[in-house]
Each structure stands twice: as C-alpha cells, then as structure tokens.
Ligand binder design. Structure first.
Ligand code: SAM
Length: 265
C-alpha cells in the first residue's frame, strides 16, 4: 500500500442503487435524479403507490402530533409534502385553541428544482407564512443547535450519502424533548407479500417512470436504493448511535415502509 492509498477502500465508495460509485460522486448523481423528476415527482408518488404514500404520510403526521407554536425541520423535504401537511394539521388544532402562536416549518433539501416545485405548491395553497425553504445538505444543516421541536425526514435518508452524519445533525438541532421521525421504504416482513412486491418494484415501477416521468433510470435507482437501505432494526441502531433515545419502529403495509421514532433527551 502506498502512503496515499486509503486503508479501507470501502469508505471511498458508496451505493448508488446497485452500483458502487465514488462517495464524492454520489451527491451529484442523486441530485441529477431529483432534478430530472421534480415536476413529475408528486404525480409519480400517487401512481406508484396507488395513493398509499398519502396514508403513510398521514401516519407520520399522526405520530408528529402537530400543535400551535411547534417548530418543525423537514429534511430532504423536497416538494414540501410533510411540511404542508404538518402546518395544515397544526392550523386545525389552532382553530380549536385560538390565541396560540402559529406552528412553523423549515423545508430543507439539497435540490433547488424540488424546492421550486414545493414553493409553487405552497403558493397555490395560499401557504405564504410560517414556512421557509432552505437549500442545504442533511449532513450539514444551517440550523442552530437545540432549536427545533421536531425533525422529520420522509423518503429522504435513503438518498443521503452520509446517513450517520445526517442522523447526528438531527440529534444536534433538536431541543431536549424534541421528536425525530423518519419515514422510509424498508424491508417487507410478510413472506407472502415479498415476492409480489419484488416483481412489482422491479417490473412495474421503472416502466411507470419511463411513461410518466420519461425517466426509467431514475425509478430503477429508486427501487435499487430501497433494497440497499438498512432494514428496520439496523436503522434503529444507527439512530440510537447518533445520540437519539427511545427508538421505536412501526411497520407500514407489511414493512414496505416504516416509521422510526426517537427522542432527543
Ligand atoms: N420528503 C419528500 C417526500 O416525502 O415526498 C421528498 C422525498 S424525495 C424521495 C428525496 C429528497 O431527498 C429529494 O428532494 C432530494 O433532493 C433530497 N436529498 C437527497 N440527498 C439529500 C441530502 N444529502 N441533503 C438534503 N436533501 C437530500
């Protein structure tokens, strides 16, 4: 080994779907995927999951329990789906308890195209206040320590190059008592469902991607990245190792997706 050769070559490469790529190259590859599909992203979510992603997101919001005055950081927030749902639910609670400060959300994403689509959606819904849009990396958040009541990351962690660094950032920005929630594709726990889901993912989703988003490769990456993502228990251990406590996991649709919940103590 030469003096400049890395001791562990594994650290120099990362998964990009089923391919191993240079770690330094992965952020751009992921960014290109989302830049290409941004305008079709929300429609594709509905088509691919037959609308079920809405139920999963509703389950996430139920866990989050939005209240007036709460400050949410939604990382890898893309087109703002979680933040907009959070604010809508918090507003509903506020109407029943007038006089409280409004809830606030910051959507943080590294992709300018996804954020642009998100801002447009917010404007279409008349949501101009109490929401901010920040272009930044999950691994280096421009957010003060211990400043957030809640941190969410929905279908984002799988795309992040430095998962452990992103989890440490989540622990850093949460206040003591702050809630961490991760909604992500996971590993199917029902054997009867596994085969069907495998066939659907590898045969149907890339085809839908080709027809609707005109991008088969982007949706092949999606399916492959799901297979490479850590299973429920392994992810739970990494969340705990990052400094978050009371880690719980709830499987959704037989483990097709899962919500990991944890707290900053
Ligand atoms: N959270 C949204 C939702 O649930 O619909 C969007 C999820 S989308 C599948 C994944 C998002 O993660 C993309 O918008 C992408 O730009 C973002 N992303 C990927 N890597 C990131 C990183 N390192 N830091 C911040 N955002 C990232």
């Amino acid at each position: 080994m030469t003096p400049h050769e890395p001791e562990n070559r594994q650290e120099e490469t990362s998964d990009f779907g089923f391919r191993r790529v240079a770690t330094a190259a992965k952020p751009k590859l992921v960014n290109d995927v989302f830049a290409r599909v941004a305008t079709r992203y929300d429609l594709m979510n509905d088509l691919m999951s037959a609308g079920v992603h809405r139920l999963w997101k509703r389950a996430l919001i139920d866990h989050l329990d939005p209240r007036p005055g709460m400050r949410l950081l939604d990382v890898a927030g893309g087109t703002g789906d979680i933040a907009l749902r959070f604010l809508a639910r918090a507003d509903k609670v506020a109407r029943a308890r007038p006089g409280k400060a409004p809830a606030q959300a910051i959507v943080c994403d590294r992709n300018a195209d996804m954020l642009r689509v998100g801002r447009g959606r917010a404007v279409d819904r008349g949501r101009l206040q109490n929401i901010a849009w920040t272009e930044a990396e999950a691994e280096a958040l421009p957010i003060a320590p211990a400043s957030m009541d809640a941190y969410t990351i929905s279908f984002g962690l799988r795309n992040v190059t430095g998962i452990d660094g992103a989890l440490r950032e989540a622990a850093r920005v949460l206040k003591p008592g702050g809630h961490f929630l991760c909604l992500e594709f996971s590993h199917v726990v029902l054997p009867a469902l596994a085969e069907l889901y495998e066939a659907y993912s590898f045969r149907v989703i890339p085809l839908l991607g080709q027809w609707v988003a005109k991008d088969r490769e982007a949706y092949r990456y999606l399916v492959e990245s799901i297979r490479r993502f850590p299973a429920q228990e392994a992810l739970g251990e990494r969340i705990h190792a990052a400094g978050l406590e009371r880690v719980r996991v709830r499987n959704l649709s037989g483990g097709i997706a899962a919500i990991h919940s944890a707290w900053r103590l």
